[in-house]
Design a protein around this ligand. Sequence first.
Ligand code: ADP
Ligand code: MG
Length: 580
Amino acid sequence: MRFPVKKFFSYYKPYLTIFLTVLACAIIVSALTLVFPLLVRYITKDVLEGDLSTALGEVYWIGGLMLVLAVIQNIGNCFVDYKGHEIGARMESDMRRELFTHMQKLSFSFYDKEKTGQLMSRITNDLLLLSELYHHGPEDYIKYLVRFLGAFVILFFINAPLTITVFCFLPFLGVFSLYFNKKLNKALRENKERIGDINAQVEDSLSGIRVVKSFANEHVEIEKFNRENKRFLDSRKKTYKAEAYFYNGIETFIQLITITVIIFGSTRIVNNTLDLADLITFILYINYVIEPIQKLTHMTTQFQEGITGFQRFMEIMNLEPAIKDKPNAKTLQEVQGEIEFKKVSFRYNDDLDNVLVNLSLRVQQGEYVALVGPSGAGKTTLCSLIPRFYDVTVGDVLLDGINVRDIELQSLRKTIGIVQQDVYLFSGTVMENIRYGNPAASDEEIIAVATYANAHEFIMSLPKGYHSEIGQQGVKLSGGQKQRLSIARVFLKNPPVLILDEATSALDNESESIVKESLESLAKGRTTIVIAHRLSTIRNAGRIIVLTEDGIVEQGTHDALLARDGAYAHLYSKQFEYQT
Ligand code: ADP
Ligand code: MG
């Protein structure tokens, strides 16, 4: 990937004034530091070698001047350090916000591929050093450039041949730096990927900790973790090796230059072409030439980490959501809830086989249809095409006769309620979780929907009622209780179209009958597609649709399909009989 320069600098925009102020301040401070060796030279050469009776008075004056300069310098540096870092942190925070916002927009197909731990790593670790880069980057380069060029000019005036000798070393230093920077960059990139792998591994093991323990497979998880941890360690070792060669190589150059100056300078003193004060000044200034190189290379790691973090940030930012609004997308007003699949074929991606082939189906407004069929037939997939979790590969899905691709996503998804087997509740209170269905709802409305969903009673028996915390650190709810909360949430959303995807499959008989009751009242007056394998749920469906790998093979009422003695009768005898 080419480095996206324009995008990189665009984050300065909101802070440009303060940033330029910091930059100006850094330049002034840096220029002031150049004055010190000159004052030393003046003292050693002009004052102490002149009339000694007046010398001390002059030295006091110059000492005072140096003190004033030092105070100005330190106040300036203080401002640069504080404000500069603050700007950097603000920019980093802007980017983090942008990344999270963008991730929220990316489609299911993206999340099918990515590991949560890796993504978390991108949001947290990757951006961490960008603030340093944003702030130190331009500031240090300019600051040290001023110092470097200033010192160069001054050195040149003090002694041209000696200066040229020093500068002969610099191209070698440059080539050396570039070579090791490249190595370091590669190693740092690998580090980031490895830490992402560790995050993904930890996320996986900890989310599944109950499974781990039930299989007594802690050692398996530890082994998997150790493998990732070792890979990270190896990558870190590579980084430190590159760093060690790099920094000490630079150090060698610096010593070489200093030794050369001392030898060369002494020769010139012996030849009477240089005086001692000038050599001392020269050696003082040598640092001003070398220090920038040393400082900048020392900060290379930090910068490189920021740069690789930025590149990984851009990899995600450059992804377009697979599913998004058309420019002229329609906002739905009154929704009737008629759904039609027209010759729909679908596959998850081009490397996979079709899950659905040339399927047509029409569900009337307010109809209650049951979708049955063997597991893996594509029932869930079919339903996920209505809210456009995925787009059809061929054909059309229509809602009230409008192609779902032409409907604004927000308004499309607001018309469809989904209750699944797995309920996800967010950390927060019961009240907050139900309110997720409609953030504008009042407390009274929430209590009303909880009552419809048969949840009010058990909620009131929780230690803090509606204000009980749920989720990781909160109260533990049973499967049936969680499901009733998720039903209350959908009640509040009040969608004209409802999809119940094996909503009661995981429940025991007792919870099932309570949840079933809640679901029946939820389904009233809404177009409902229920995917179920419990006979009790589908027997009174207006129409039962049988979906197998061959598509829709039968449809009709329970009695009519049994009488046909076809696929449904077969499924029924295999799966449902024992439940009746
Ligand atoms: P059902 O709900 O009828 O049990 P699904 O719709 O879940 O079946 O799955 C249908 C087929 O699509 C299965 O072969 C399944 O492996 C595949 N599938 C489901 N989800 C994905 C996905 N996100 N990516 C790729 N393949 C998938
Ligand atoms: Mg399914």
